[in-house]
Design a protein around this ligand. Structure first.
Ligand SMILES: [Zn+2]
Ligand SMILES: [Zn+2]
Length: 335
């Protein structure tokens, strides 16, 4: 048996939608590995799942899709990764490999894709199973707690940065500065960008400046932007962000969930070839590229640790913007 947290009754986090349970250790299928979990970062998507912004796809699912652990056992058809390997289990769990999107390298758009912690149990547990072809080798030089947030916050921030079409030496705006943005800023600066951060949280603005942001404001960037990424799940920010773009600029919305966007005015928000685009999950290629980047450039990963027992508190703190960097659950050794 193992300890795990399940989304019991999705609803406001104050109502404690997670329930702690003792359930059997899962069995890996033929193409899966069993991972003994060492750390699992807490993503805003977990909060959306717990609160029901993303409707449950099956009852009593264990959330968590930034899972670091070691391979404990492998299914009959698995040759890699071997038992004992340190691996990461992330959001994209399976794709069909046959649809028009998968065939053209856009598996993030696969209509048959499955997600860890939504379609199958994730890492708020002492063990989880995952398809061997979708787990990642991890960069060295990071603790389990440091590497966990790279697996969603990092990968999604990386894809959002690519989707924002930042030109070489360009001016980038990041709106909302949590786990994902604090990693994306380091990639952008390493690639030569000037980065302006907008966040309503003072601690987040301080973190941004310490990581090399050119400015950090509670309201607006000090100059027009070539590219911007919206990390906060707040649709009312879209019109002012579009207005803050320079001619030809691109705004990428990084989140899986966004509150409604108010009406846009063509002249003010979109004309002069400004572009608004979404970011939908990621491909395994995005994940490998980002983790290779993290091997070449050591990233500073800001984490706030929680014991596995405090998963509900970690989500409540995330909901209230009380987390600096990434919240990470760490695990006592399984008995
Ligand atoms: Zn597909
Ligand atoms: Zn996530």
């Amino acid at each position: 048996m193992m300890t795990a947290w399940q989304v019991h009754a999705p609803g406001p986090i104050a109502g404690k939608p997670l329930r702690r349970v003792e359930i059997p250790v899962p069995e890996p299928a033929a193409d899966e590995v069993l991972v003994r979990v060492r750390a699992c970062a807490v993503c805003r998507t977990d909060l959306h799942l717990a609160e029901g912004d993303l409707p449950p796809r099956r009852p009593g699912t264990v959330p968590g899709h930034e899972v670091v652990g070691t391979v404990e056992r492998v299914g009959a058809d698995v040759s890699e990764p071997a038992v004992g390997t340190r691996v990461g289990v992330a959001w994209l769990r399976r794709t069909c490999g046959r649809c028009r999107y998968c065939r053209r390298g856009a598996e993030n758009l696969c209509p048959y894709s499955q997600y860890t912690g939504w379609d199958a149990d994730g890492g708020y547990a002492q063990y989880c199973v995952a398809p061997a072809a979708y787990v990642y080798r991890l960069p060295t030089g990071y603790t389990d707690e440091e590497v966990a947030p790279l697996l969603c916050a990092g990968i999604i921030g990386y894809r959002a940065l690519r989707r924002s079409e930042l030109p070489p030496g360009g001016r980038l705006g990041l709106y909302g500065f949590g786990a994902s943005a604090h990693l994306a800023i380091q990639v952008a600066i390493a690639e030569g960008a000037t980065v302006h951060v907008v966040s309503r949280t003072e601690a987040a603005r301080d973190l941004a400046l310490s990581l090399g942001a050119a400015s950090a404001s509670a309201t607006a960037p000090p100059e027009p932007l070539d590219s911007a990424i919206l990390f906060a799940p707040v649709g009312t920010l879209v019109p002012p962000m579009l207005a803050a773009l320079d001619r030809g600029g691109t705004l990428a919305v990084a989140g899986i969930h966004l509150t409604d966007i108010p009406p846009l005015r063509y002249e003010e928000h979109l004309f002069q070839e400004r572009t608004l685009r979404s970011v939908t999950a990621n491909t395994r290629r995005d994940g490998r590229e980002f983790l290779e980047f993290a091997q070449r450039h050591h990233l500073r990963v800001a984490t706030t640790p929680y014991p596995l027992d405090a998963a509900g508190e970690a989500l409540a703190d995330l909901a209230a913007d009380r987390v600096s960097g990434a919240a990470v659950l760490s695990f006592p050794p399984a008995g």
